[in-house]
Design a protein. Structure first.
Length: 101
């Protein structure tokens, strides 16, 4: 499966920066999916689960509360107002205390 670069950024730090196969994000008007070579877009983010899937099938799930999603040039950037890690593949080292703006 084709990949694109995803960055997830909070006010405190860049939490995630790696190639992924897909994301499903809680847009301001409902959930939206992004795959490699997606058309450029910018969207506000609502509250809900941000699901990130890597090409090997590994899946990360974050709880996001507000922010923005930008997709362009085969990359995506999530600027999250508040973010908590709900689940990650075994062996992934994340601080699961949550990030808040």
């Amino acid at each position: 499966m084709a990949e694109f670069r995803l960055q997830i950024i909070t006010q405190e730090r860049t939490l995630f920066d790696r190639p992924v196969a897909s994301i499903i994000a809680p847009g301001g008007l409902g959930y939206l999916g992004v795959l490699a070579r997606h058309a450029p877009l910018a969207s506000t983010l609502g509250q809900g689960k941000l699901t990130v899937r890597q090409a090997d099938g590994a899946e990360f799930v974050f709880l996001v509360s507000g922010g923005f999603l930008e997709v362009s040039n085969n990359s995506a950037c999530v600027l999250a107002d508040s973010l908590q890690i709900l689940s990650a593949p075994p062996g992934e080292a994340f601080d699961n205390s949550g990030e808040s703006a």
